[in-house]
Write a protein that binds this ligand. Sequence first.
Ligand code: ATP
Length: 259
Amino acid sequence: MEAAPLLEISGVGKNYPSGQGQINILREIELTIQSGEFISFIGHSGCGKSSLLNMIAGLTSISTGTMVFDGKPIEAPSPERAMVFQHYSLLPWLSVYQNVYEAVDSVQTELSKAERKALTDAVLARVGLSNHVHKKPMQLSGGMRQRVAIARAFAVHPRMLLLDEPFGALDALTRGSLQEELLDLWSGDARTETVVMVTHDIDEAIYLSDRIVVFSDGPSATIKEIITVDLPRPRDKQSLMTSQTWNNLRTHLLLSLHC
Ligand SMILES: Nc1ncnc2c1ncn2[C@@H]1O[C@H](COP(=O)(O)OP(=O)(O)OP(=O)(O)O)[C@@H](O)[C@H]1O
């Protein structure tokens, strides 16, 4: 018997107020995500990828249809579905350590204070920030800030991690190393099995994902196709990028986005 999906999106649409009426952004979204999957959303600017992610996070209302997470309708934000934004969203007056500890403290209520501190130390060590714990966000580079945001999201052990263009503002080298750290955290965390990420980067989508959801252009966008990335893990970027499978996927995605 097939396991129940972690997330089931059925007939979902999104409208926003516009002038006297409403504008339809997304329509008839059908998507089922199984526990353990890494999913990317890709599509032209403004098609509604972030809106869909925000609805999954419970940060914005669903206009039509239903979203069911682990058997329950999504109606509000939950630590089970943690979001990381492109622009870090750290609290500027708190240190690196406090930014992570505050999140752990508010969610991991069953842990003792010593355990909460140990968890904070552990996630910061995993993203290589142990020597920067007393710094404030403005004293960090963009890559370091995004590391803190990712560490904070993992520290609350969400069932599903939602990433909205997490590496979009970073240079190619930093982006590459953060992709590796994300994969390490994802594969090394027994609870955060499922990731949904918005990206504009075709190579990033192929390298990280099990499936890539391609959106049609908006307004009234919908899912154009869902591409399965049949590449074994762990993946070696260098050798993959010169393989025929990679090239075929890349060409397929480029054509899908431009037709
Ligand atoms: N709160 C809002 N109120 C009104 N319109 C909105 C709101 N949020 C988004 N929109 C509009 O909905 C459309 C989709 O926006 P969204 O950010 O979801 O797209 P996107 O695919 O993530 O874009 P990008 O790739 O540029 O980030 C855009 O036209 C945007 O202006």
